[in-house]
Design a protein around this ligand. Structure first.
Ligand SMILES: [Zn+2]
Length: 177
């Protein structure tokens, strides 16, 4: 099982000018960092580290699949991710990640777990929804009923407009009987 220790990259002890490694991010990873937006995931990460003047450049290629809640029905929604990101890192007195440069203390390692999470989340679309008509129908029914109750005081004509056309067809049939 992966532990968060796995995601500490030791830059101080880097023997060569370049260094590469691979990571796998699974459900355990997203659980262990308490990822607020991601329920599950199966991701690969390729990291290239390069020494540069005054620091290091870390290039990440991150790809795979994550499961997030659908904005409309709250059910699981699977999204594909393929993102490349770069981090500049230098040694300094204390940790900071301002001005696009991450400063890490002299112990010399950077914990990339949270950065990986942020790269993934930033690559996701703002609106995360199933395709039209692909939402969990049971869930939508419950959510719609709930929102109609909340809007009890709106005029009935407005309410009719918001009803799913299939329901209004059904209502017509019932009204005619
Ligand atoms: Zn949905």
């Amino acid at each position: 099982m992966e532990t968060i220790e796995t995601y500490k990259v030791n830059l101080r002890d880097m023997q060569q000018d370049t260094y590469s490694c691979e990571y796998v991010l699974n459900d355990e990873f997203f659980k262990s960092i308490n990822a607020p937006d991601i329920r599950k995931g199966s991701m690969h990460v390729h990291l290239d580290v390069r020494k540069s003047a005054g620091g290091f450049i870390l290039c990440f290629h991150t790809w795979g699949q994550v499961t997030v809640p659908c904005d409309r029905c709250l059910d699981d929604l699977e999204l594909y991710v393929d993102t490349t990101n770069t981090l500049k890192v230098k040694f300094g007195a204390e940790f900071s990640d301002e001005e696009e440069v991450v400063t890490i203390p002299e112990e010399g390692y950077i914990d990339i777990a949270w950065f990986l999470y942020e790269f993934i989340v930033l690559s996701l679309p703002m609106q995360r929804m199933h395709e039209q008509g692909k939402c969990n129908a049971d869930m939508m029914h419950v959510l719609n009923r709930h929102s109609y109750h909340e809007n009890d005081n709106i005029s009935s004509s407005q309410e009719t407009e918001e009803i799913d056309p299939r329901w209004s067809e059904l209502k017509k049939i019932l009204d005619n009987n």
